[in-house]
Design a protein around this ligand. Sequence first.
Ligand code: NAD
Length: 508
Amino acid sequence: MSTASLDLPYETGAILAALDVPRSRVAKGANKVRSPLTGEVIAHVDHLDADATRAVVGEAHEAFLQWRRVPAPRRGELVRLFGEELRAAKDALGRLVSIEAGKIPSEGAGEVQEMIDICDFAVGLSRQLYGLTITSERPEHRMMEQWHPAGVVGVISAFNFPVAVWAWNAALALVCGDAVVWKPSEKTPLVALATIALFERAAARHCDTPPGLCGLVLGDREAGAALVADRRVPVLSATGSTAMGRVVGRAVAERFGRAILELGGNNASIVCPSADQELALRAVAFAAMGTAGQRCTTLRRLIVHESIHDAFVQRLRSVYAGVSVGNPLEGDALVGPLIDQAAYKGMQSALKQARKAGGVVHGGERHAVAGCDDAYYVRPALVLMPEQAGPVVEETFAPILYVLKYRDFDQALALQNGVPQGLSSSIFTRDLRESELFLSAIGSDCGIANVNMGPSGAEIGGAFGGEKETGGGRESGSDSWKAYMRRSTSAINYGLTMPLAQGVKFDI
Ligand code: NAD
């Protein structure tokens, strides 16, 4: 029976059927899947336990042994075909992202576009997995460096970018000659099932693709922990909270695996006296309120020069008061729901702590949306803080923007860098010295530092990731592909003598 016969809101059943997700995978499982748009249950899926997870890794390992023999440009062809499938299914998959993660339609579609973009990038890369040749100190020798496939790459992803983050990892890993096993967020299994169904369509059009090349493990921590502990997974990419990364990073290190950690952010923007305030207002609005504050790069701290602070905050308050909150599939709301009740409680608790620490809170209350009583919509909160303390130094995954005042530039930089996280940052200024200082070695300590734009909304061409408690991983563009391969250094003697390096003598 097809999934289309399921009576699910927002054509979920029809979308799943169109994307080849069998009804048996979404109708009868023991675990409920809710849409944050309405709070209602939209599917029931089964979770895999640790043994079943290990079996998926075993299949992927077998697939890897074949896949590494396929020439990289042929591997790129599979990713190109997958990109074609994504293009054809962009509207349907984007809508499913909105239904399951609560994103506004342009962001749902944007997430799929990001998958397409990384596929394009990876296809080009499949002809450029280059090593080095290195001159040797020994006569008639040469040295070189090659990059070889690493093995099975484990991918653990968060709810807020439920498919793009997998694609960042998988598109690169596949052209690098790796197999992939994905443990998506337990909050977003449907988009994962749909994505893998699209991948299987592409695989069916590519005769070199071994079965089990892209495994899927629906499940919670138990499944995640089994993936993390498996020695057949040399590279484990984990995206989520810092608390998760602490556990996962340790477990991967314990078995000498390689972890790519993409964890929480606590991103700031500095607004300088010379800033184009109109531009800054627009950027801040999207960065702080977009995706209902549920991006790792969401703007959470705004550091404004005292000379413009009051006037800027006044303008910001009117932007906050005017922004539309609601079900983005029923109207043109710009701020959709929080993912669940726990996120709402976390937000209210942070606001309570902020008040206790002397903060003045504007907004932040629950927002009623007709027909969505079990969903958690909130007005974004703007909080004027006397100092950077308490909840300001933590990541609360909700739309709270803390505003701080600064007097001199060194103080602004100290505030910007004065939190445990180090993902993204930005500055608004027309002063060249300020912007260059911000980007310099003594400026922002984050993995991402932008000028005259917000900290969120990265493109796939650059390496993405952050420092300190954000985990240090880099994914997506630039040379991030190297994390999915193992490096082999070779020295070759094409002469008839056996000189040793560093002048060592060992004549027999
Ligand atoms: P989360 O940490 O609750 O869960 C993320 C994933 O980790 C899920 O798949 C979950 O099942 C799994 N997991 C949790 N504990 C585990 C364990 N002990 N062993 C193995 N797997 C485990 O995060 P979330 O609520 O889904 O997402 C929000 C968080 O993700 C925020 O902190 C956000 O900043 C972060 N995030 C970071 C990036 C980035 O690139 N830096 C991107 C997106 C989200």
